[in-house]
Ligand binder design. Structure first.
Ligand SMILES: Cc1ncc(COP(=O)(O)O)c(C=O)c1O
Length: 509
C-alpha cells in the first residue's frame, strides 16, 4: 500500500531548499515577512517525502465540481498561475482530516480555554516538527476548548472542530454537566414524553427566528434532511425534489442525489440536481430550477445557503429571493439546510436571514448539540406537523440529545455570538487576505466558515500537511481546506493559527 512516508529525521521546512520539495517560494516584494511563531519564534513547519498516487488523486477529483471561475459574495478571487508540475512533487493525501479525530482518552474537569495557548503555558513548536506527521497515525487523546492534544505530545489549535460540530469548544463544561445530570435520570424513552425533551423544545422554539417551531430532533443532518423531504412530500402529495450541484445535504441515497454525490454517481429519477456554483450563471441555475418546477411533481427545493463543501459558493440575495418566489409559485416547499450555517456560524442565528427569504422548513445539525450527535427540523408556524410526517427513527428526540441541545442553546445565548463571529471574520480576513494577494489561492466564506481553494489537490494536501505540522487542525478535501473555528476561540489562538496557515499557503502557492 502506498502511504506517505515521512523522513526519519524531520527537517524544518525553512531549511529545505524550496525546489527540493517542489514548492514555489513567495515573491519577497509582494508578500509580508514571515511572522514569528507563538512561543519559539520559529515556524515549526515540516515537509514530507513524495508518495503521490496519481490515479487516486484523479478518482478523488472526479467527485468534486469541475474548475471554478469567477467569485462570489465575500470571496476573493486571484488568478491562478500555479504550475501543474508541482503535483509530482507534492505529498499524497492519505485520509481526510476527519479520520484524525479520536474520542479523548481522558477528560479534565476544566473549562474551555478562552485563553491563548501561550497563556496556558502550552507550546506547539518543536514537537510538531519532530513527531510523526503521517495523517493516519495522528491520534488525539484529549481536547478542550479550542485545542487538541495528540498522543505524541503535540498541541493543535482546532479550526476543524469535527466538521464544525464543536461550536462552543470541546468538552464545554455546561454541556457536559447537563449531559451528566441527564445521564443520571433517563437517557432514551423511544418517544414517550420526558421533561427534558419538553424543556429543549421550549428553548429551541425561543431560539428559532419568529414564526418557526421545532418539528422534531433527528440524529444526523442527513436524517434531518430526509425528514424534511418526508414533511414536504406529505404536505404536497408529490415525490420530486430539486437540489443544486455542489450542495451537501448528507450521504444517504436521496441526500447525495440532491447535490454532492460523494463520488458514487447514483441518481434518483425524482431528484433533479440543477447546475450551480462557480462558472454557472445564477440566472441559468434559476432557469433550470424553473424548468423542473414547471414540469410538476416537485415537493421541495433544497438549498445549502453557502456551499461549504464546494468552494464556498453562495448566490446573491436576489437569487434566493427569486428561488423562493419560484417555489411559492409552483406549490413547492423551500427547505434551507442550515446544518453547517445555523446557530450563528455566519452571523445571525440562521443564514437565511441574510438572504431575505422565509423558508418553509429549516434543517439544522452539527453545532446544535456541541458535538453530541443530534440534528433537527423546524417548520414555518403555518405548517401543522402530523405524526405520519415524521420519520420516527429509534434515537430521535432522546432525552440525552435534548439535554445537549438545551445546554448548547443556553450557552450560545450568553455568548453574544454575533459579535464573536464578526471578530472571527475580521481576524481571518486580516491575517489571510494579504498573504494570498497575487497568489493562486482563493479564500471564500464568511463569519466563522472559510474555505481556501487551491489550484490543485496536491497543493491543498501539501498545505494541509504543513498546517497540521505547524500545529493547526483544519479540514481538507481535494482542492480545499476548510476552517471552522469554534465561536469561543481565543483571539490570540485564532490569530496565531491564521498566521501559520498564511505561511503554509505562501510556501505551496
Ligand atoms: C450542509 C450540510 N447538510 C447536511 C450534512 C449532513 O450531516 P450529517 O453528516 O450529520 O449527516 C452536512 C454534513 O457535512 C452538511 O454540511
Amino acid at each position: 500500500m502506498l502511504r506517505c512516508q515521512w523522513p526519519a529525521t524531520m527537517t524544518p521546512i525553512s531549511s529545505v531548499p524550496a525546489a527540493a520539495v517542489g514548492l514555489r517560494m513567495p515573491k519577497p516584494a509582494t508578500r509580508p515577512a514571515a511572522r514569528p511563531s507563538m512561543s519559539s519564534g520559529v515556524a515549526p513547519l515540516v515537509c514530507s517525502s513524495v508518495a503521490l498516487t496519481q490515479s487516486r488523486w484523479r478518482a478523488r477529483s472526479m467527485a468534486w465540481a469541475p474548475g471554478m471561475k469567477g467569485s462570489t459574495l465575500g470571496s476573493l478571487r486571484i488568478s491562478s498561475s500555479a504550475s501543474a508540475s508541482a503535483a509530482s512533487n507534492c505529498v499524497k493525501q492519505t485520509s481526510p482530516a476527519a479520520k484524525l479525530i479520536r474520542p479523548p482518552a481522558r477528560c479534565h474537569d476544566s473549562r474551555p480555554t478562552g485563553k491563548s495557548i501561550a497563556k496556558l503555558g502550552l507550546s506547539m513548536s518543536g514537537t510538531a516538527a519532530t513527531a510523526s506527521s503521517n495523517l493516519d497515525s495522528f491520534s488525539i487523546v484529549d481536547a478542550q476548548g479550542d485545542v487538541l492534544h495528540t498522543a505524541d505530545g503535540r498541541t493543535l489549535i482546532d479550526l476543524f472542530t469535527a466538521h464544525g460540530t464543536v461550536w462552543l469548544g470541546h468538552r464545554h463544561p455546561d454541556v457536559r454537566d447537563a449531559l451528566q445530570r441527564q445521564l443520571d435520570k433517563v437517557w432514551i424513552t423511544g418517544g414517550y414524553a420526558t421533561p427534558m425533551v419538553q424543556e429543549m423544545r421550549a428553548a429551541m422554539n425561543g431560539f428559532l427566528p419568529e414564526g418557526y417551531l421545532l418539528a422534531s430532533l433527528a440524529s444526523t443532518g442527513m436524517e434531518a434532511n430526509e425528514q424534511a423531504l418526508r414533511i414536504a412530500r406529505t404536505l404536497t402529495a408529490r415525490n420530486g425534489a430539486v437540489g443544486f450541484a455542489g450542495a451537501m445535504h448528507g450521504k444517504s441515497f436521496f441526500t447525495a442525489a440532491l447535490g454532492w454525490d460523494n463520488g458514487d454517481g447514483l441518481a434518483i429519477p425524482q431528484v433533479h440536481r440543477v447546475p450551480c456554483g462557480r462558472g454557472v450563471d445564477e440566472a441559468q441555475t434559476l432557469a433550470e430550477a424553473g424548468v423542473r418546477l414547471r414540469r410538476g411533481g416537485i415537493a421541495a427545493i433544497f438549498v445549502e445557503p453557502v456551499h461549504a463543501t464546494s468552494f464556498g459558493w453562495e448566490g446573491g440575495p436576489v437569487f434566493y429571493q427569486a428561488l423562493s418566489a419560484l417555489a411559492a409559485q409552483h406549490g413547492a416547499l423551500l427547505v434551507y439546510d442550515e446544518v453547517l450555517t445555523g446557530f450563528h456560524r455566519t452571523g445571525p442565528s440562521f443564514c437565511f436571514l441574510q438572504h431575505g427569504v422565509r423558508p418553509d422548513i429549516i434543517v439544522f445539525g452539527k453545532a446544535c448539540g456541541n458535538g453530541f450527535p443530534v440534528a433537527g427540523v423546524a417548520v414555518r408556524d403555518g405548517i401543522a406537523i402530523a405524526p405520519r410526517m415524521l420519520l420516527g427513527s429509534t434515537f430521535s428526540n432522546n432525552a440525552l440529545a435534548a439535554a445537549a441541545v438545551k445546554a448548547t442553546l443556553s450557552c450560545l445565548r450568553a455568548l453574544e455570538p454575533e459579535a464573536r463571529v464578526r471578530a472571527i471574520e475580521s481576524t481571518v480576513q486580516q491575517q489571510l487576505l494579504p498573504a494570498l494577494a497575487e497568489g493562486p489561492i482563493v479564500l471564500s466564506g464568511k463569519g466563522a466558515m472559510w474555505i481556501l481553494t487551491f489550484p490543485t489537490a496536491e497543493q491543498a494536501a501539501a498545505c494541509a500537511r504543513a498546517v497540521l505540522g505547524a500545529g493547526v487542525c483544519i479540514g481538507f478535501h481535494n482542492r480545499q481546506l476548510r476552517l471552522l473555528p469554534p465561536v469561543t476561540i481565543a483571539p490570540a489562538n485564532l490569530r496565531l493559527a491564521c498566521q501559520k496557515i498564511a505561511e503554509c499557503c505562501m510556501l505551496v502557492s
